[in-house]
Design a protein around this ligand. Structure first.
Ligand code: SF4
Ligand code: SF4
Ligand code: FES
Length: 332
């Protein structure tokens, strides 16, 4: 089995494993961000370039470094390979550039965008982006396209990751949407504006890493951090029936597939479970969904939650390095 070292951590993996998959096995600290790769979608990856890493040693057989940064989601491990992700200033700098490109035409919609709070682009730009923009020209706009009564498309927020196209190709029976045109004219379109009308089309909402495809039945109802996710299941003849219900009080505001620690859906769910079963009595409730402690969604949840060992404001105020201003107040 080939061995790889990523940011100083070594692991043995099965033949054919990619750098990204190996890094995920090693843990979140070394895993590169991935906006287009999706484990359950074949041929995904290779579009967004957020997962770039530096291969500082090709393999034991040929130890030369790779001449350029590579997309970790598309590069298989070779025995003895050494990879730098967060330990490479070149990678950090390139990722910053990728984020800048992704945001070049992106609208400042976060305050009104249903994806806010669970948006991978928000996280990516917070972690790798710059506080200022260097672009002065007007942002790109598109003609509005209706894609049915359940799914809302905001093309201006799309980062062209192709995940929704892969869902349409691989999960639904008959793709009616895809990317048309090229370059900065590229856009998601339902050819001749047909609606996406099949049992699994709602999964495009779950795989979209941004707020380009959102659930019309949830639209503007709440901010996601005011909702409480609960794992639930029902007997369904189309899908596994295993979902997350997003509650506000006693009301189910929306239903999604269950996501893993990488934000990927574990099992795709059908439209009946997603859009039509909004009563608690439709479901067997299993309990609160475990949410990453760094997510805003985990604020105000739950009994038994382990509080992270982080500094509070009072702890910070006691730090000796902080100066007092003339009023005697601490300055931050
Ligand atoms: S897609 Fe994400 S970054 Fe873009 S407006 Fe929505 S929440 Fe903000
Ligand atoms: S609509 Fe969403 S899932 Fe589809 S290509 Fe754009 S960003 Fe990706
Ligand atoms: S996740 Fe690798 S290129 Fe997008």
């Amino acid at each position: 089995m080939p061995k790889v070292t990523i940011d100083g951590k070594t692991i043995e993996v099965a033949d054919g494993t990619t750098i990204l998959q190996a890094a995920r096995m090693l843990g979140k600290e070394v895993a590169p961000p991935a906006m287009c790769f999706y484990t359950n979608l074949k041929t995904s990856g290779g579009y967004c370039r957020t997962c770039l890493v530096k291969v500082s040693k090709g393999s034991d057989k040929d130890p030369r470094p790779m001449p350029k940064l590579v997309a970790s989601c598309r590069t298989p491990i070779m025995d003895g390979m050494e990879v730098q992700n967060n330990t490479s200033p070149e990678v950090i700098d390139a990722r910053k550039g990728v984020v800048e490109f992704l945001l070049i035409n992106h609208p400042l919609d976060c305050p009104v965008c249903d994806q806010a709070g669970e948006c991978h682009l928000q996280d990516l730009s917070y972690e790798n982006g710059s506080a200022k923009t260097r672009t002065e020209f007007e942002r790109r706009t598109f003609n509005k396209i209706e894609i049915g009564n359940k799914i809302q498309l905001h093309m201006t927020r799309c980062i062209l990751c192709y995940r929704c196209v892969k869902v349409a190709e691989q999960i639904t029976d008959g793709r009616v949407h895809g990317v048309i045109n090229r370059g900065d004219h590229s856009e998601i379109s339902t050819y001749i504006e047909e609606v996406i009308d099949n049992d699994f089309s709602g999964n495009v909402i779950d795989v979209c890493p941004v707020g380009a495809l959102t659930d019309k039945t949830f639209r503007f109802k709440s901010r996601v951090w005011f909702t409480k996710p609960m794992s639930a299941h029902r007997t369904c003849d189309k899908c596994s029936g295993k979902v997350t219900l997003w509650y506000q009080g006693d009301e189910v505001l929306r239903t999604t597939g269950r996501k893993d620690q990488w934000g990927e859906v574990e099992e795709f769910i059908c439209n009946t479970c997603r859009f039509d079963k909004k009563l608690t009595s439709d479901w067997t409730i299993e309990g609160p969904t475990i949410v990453d402690k760094h997510s805003v969604i985990s604020a105000n949840h739950y009994e038994g939650m382990i509080i992270p060992n982080e500094l509070t404001l009072n702890d910070i105020k006691k730090l000796p390095l902080l100066e007092k201003n003339t009023d005697g107040n601490t300055e931050f």
